[in-house]
Design a protein around this ligand. Structure first.
Ligand SMILES: *[C@@H]1O[C@H](CO)[C@@H](O)[C@H](O)[C@H]1NC(C)=O
Length: 676
């Protein structure tokens, strides 16, 4: 190993002494490397000893000034002393680590005739073991020498006048009075050594421990009742000696010495770094750097990993929360119709506003594409509050889910979540009928299309009212709930829903479900929906489809045209129903069909429920299987009583009771006998 002659580091040297020369002490913070010759700081001298033609080396660093270790006139003549140092041995060879390092007290500044290798730069082959050496040393031995009876290649020993230690122990410490915890001297880890001599007890003790723990109470080595006074001259020198060859680097990172007292603590927070990482000559330098990087990076890495795990966990929990859905035993019964919230969430891109198809009476409707199958769906989000009647609620939905008819929008399934119910329907790309009627000025539904739509709706309603095992009342028939599929077929949507909100409710408090303008005036009295209620709103819808007008046109200038029903009635009375037909059609319509539809509309929206035809009759008439009876025309004419209005709530209260009974008696029979 080439010896680099560089100033390594500036030392902080605090040498102090009071008037009594006996109480000298000094402290060094900052490292020096054994083998470096030039130490530019006060009061330390480095020396190199070469033998074997320069092949073997020993290095010494000594404090320049002599220290008084004893006063022959005093008793005890020898003084107590204490020293501590932090060292690190960086092994550069995995098998052989060199011989070792020693703290030495010597009568001379440096030991000029000592030899390297097993003599550690302390003694030589001639003087080894001789009492005239007057040398006391604490060796940190990293080689097992059989001739010297070394215990192992990793031990501490107290050497008096020779390298055969008078007391030695494997490197380690007794923390918490426990068993010896081993230390590896060549581990590159900084370790602290305390050497204390108590002159009163004649006790020399040596302690070594890792720098990150407090000094253990029990020393590793103790030499009892050993009067060192014969060993010491009045003035002695202190320093370090080492012999490692090129197998290790020995660093002293801090050193403190005190005569007649406890050595000053080394400021561990200011402990210098071992410079290996910076020194390109150090074949092993990277190792220290790696270690250092590891020491810094490892906790950081662990922290980051831990944080990532934490974030992942939080995401998973929030995802679970997000997609959590209410599952109950009885829902399993209707399993095929149940969707997972996650699928719906993905399908609708997180219920994004861009996916919004519209806002219905019961909630928002979103467009979606089911993952995997790519089936397009419409998802209706309905909020519901009470857990009461949930079973019936779902049962009802299951019923609706089983309905299959070409003129009904299929309910594909549902999903229940927290305070929400999600209903999944077939997606109807053409939207609803009211869009065609009112919101697409450039696209006019032909009469043929309109008539087909009317028949379609009637067909769907017939299925609900009469062709299913139980009667299903739609409760909200209006153009907005009539959806147009790809082939311009009309399909009734949103059927059966209203009932769900009615279930178990007190009729006194329940609100009337439906849309103003389409609400049967009778329902306000009875509070009950029936197939007649549907017929009423179907009638209003017929008028709308034929006329292209809303049930109530608030911005209409001529007052008789504000209420559609009123106006159609007026025109009917005048015998000029065609005036009502949507002007956008021009002459492009079948007069007979248009008149029939309008009359049917009037009849269906008859204020007296029992006067209305059943849906089967309506279908027959629309299909031409049944003629519009003449007396029906009379019935429509008869409707010139008060209270005829599209605004059910206000009108029916003015409806004379007597006339109700007349209407019922006179006109319900023909339909009653036919319909069911
Ligand atoms: C060993 O050191 C002593 C002084 O302590 C010296 O007189 C002697 O010549 C040295 N022996 C060798 C072999 O260097």
């Amino acid at each position: 190993m080439s010896i680099t002659i560089f100033m390594l580091c500036l030392f902080l040297n605090i040498a102090y002494s009071d008037k009594n020369m006996n109480n000298v002490g000094f402290t060094y913070d900052g490292y020096f490397k054994m083998g470096d010759q030039e130490l530019k700081h006060s009061n330390l001298t480095a020396k190199v000893i070469r033998t074997d033609g320069g092949r073997s080396e020993a290095w010494q660093v000594f404090y320049n000034l002599p220290l008084q270790f004893k006063n022959s006139n005093a008793s005890p003549s020898i003084f107590s002393f204490s020293t501590t140092f932090v060292f690190a041995i960086v092994a550069t060879n995995p098998e052989f680590h060199g011989h070792g390092l020693a703290f030495a007290i010597s009568p001379t500044r440096g030991i000029p005739q000592a030899q390297p290798n097993q003599y550690l730069g302390l003694f030589n082959a001639t003087n080894n073991g001789e009492s005239y050496n007057h040398i006391v040393a604490i060796e940190l031995d990293t080689d097992k020498d059989f001739q010297l009876n070394d215990i192992d290649d990793n031990h501490l020993g107290i050497d008096i006048n020779g390298v055969a230690s008078v007391n030695s122990s494997p490197a380690g410490y007794y923390a918490d009075h426990g068993p010896l915890r081993k230390l590896k001297l060549t581990s590159r880890e900084p370790m602290q050594v305390w050497i204390d001599y108590d002159s009163k007890d004649q006790k020399l003790s040596v302690t070594i421990y890792p720098i990150n723990i407090p000094k253990p109470e029990i020393p590793l080595l103790t030499l009892m009742t050993r009067d060192l006074s014969s060993n010491f001259s009045e003035f002695m020198y202190v320093g370090f000696s080492s012999s490692s060859g090129s197998y290790s680097s020995h660093y002293i990172l801090g050193w403190s010495f005190q005569m007649n007292g406890q050595a000053k603590e080394i400021n561990l927070s200011r402990l210098p770094d071992i410079p290996g990482i910076l020194d390109p000559n150090e074949s092993d330098g990277g190792g220290i750097g790696y270690k250092k990087v590891l020491i810094v990076m490892l906790p950081l890495l662990v922290g980051v990993v831990f944080l990532l795990i934490l974030i992942y966990g939080a995401i998973m929990i929030s995802r679970r929360r997000k997609f959590i859905q209410v599952l109950e035993d009885w829902q399993v019964l209707y399993g095929p119709h149940r969707f997972t919230y996650k699928d719906l969430f993905i399908a609708t891109k997180g219920f994004r506003d861009g996916q919004l198809l519209g806002r219905g009476g019961f909630g928002r409707v979103y467009k979606g594409t089911l993952p995997f199958s790519n089936v397009q769906i419409a998802v209706k989000r309905v909020s519901h509050d009470s857990r009461q009647g949930m079973k019936e609620f779902i049962a009802e939905i299951a019923t609706i889910g089983r309905l299959r008819h070409p003129n009904l929008v299929r309910l594909l399934g549902y999903c229940r979540r927290k305070k929400e119910l999600l209903l999944i329907y077939d997606y109807m790309p053409n939207g609803s009928l009211d869009k065609f009627l009112y919101r697409m000025p450039n696209s006019i539904l032909s009469w043929k299309q309109r008539f087909k739509i009317i028949k379609d709706v009637a067909s769907g309603l017939l299925y609900l009212h009469h062709q299913w095992v139980q009667v299903i009342v739609h409760r909200d028939i209006k153009p907005a709930n009539v959806l147009i599929d790809n082939d311009m077929n009309a399909r009734l949507g949103d059927f059966g829903l209203a009932k769900l909100w009615d279930n178990g409710n007190d009729p006194q408090t329940s609100r009337v479900v439906g849309t103003p303008g389409y609400i049967d005036p009778e329902i306000v009295h009875s509070g009950k929906s029936s197939t007649f209620t549907d017929i009423y709103s179907f009638g209003v819808s017929l008028l709308e489809i034929a006329s292209g007008r809303r049930p109530v046109e608030t911005d209409e200038t001529s007052p008789e045209k504000v209420l559609l029903l009123e106006w159609v009635k007026v025109c009917c009375d005048k015998g000029n129903l065609c005036e009502v037909v949507d002007s956008k059609l021009g002459d492009e319509y079948v007069v007979e069909e248009a008149e029939m539809v309008l009359k049917l509309g009037l009849l269906c929206s008859h204020p007296v429920a029992s006067a209305r035809p059943t849906i089967s009759t309506i279908v027959e008439i629309l299909d031409g299987d049944s003629q519009f009876p003449d007396n029906l025309s009379d019935l429509i004419k008869f409707r010139n009583f008060g209270g005829w209005s599209g605004q059910g709530s206000s009108s029916s209260s003015t409806f004379p009771t007597g006339q109700t009974s007349i209407a019922s008696l006179t006109f319900t029979e023909p339909f009653a006998s036919r319909g069911r």
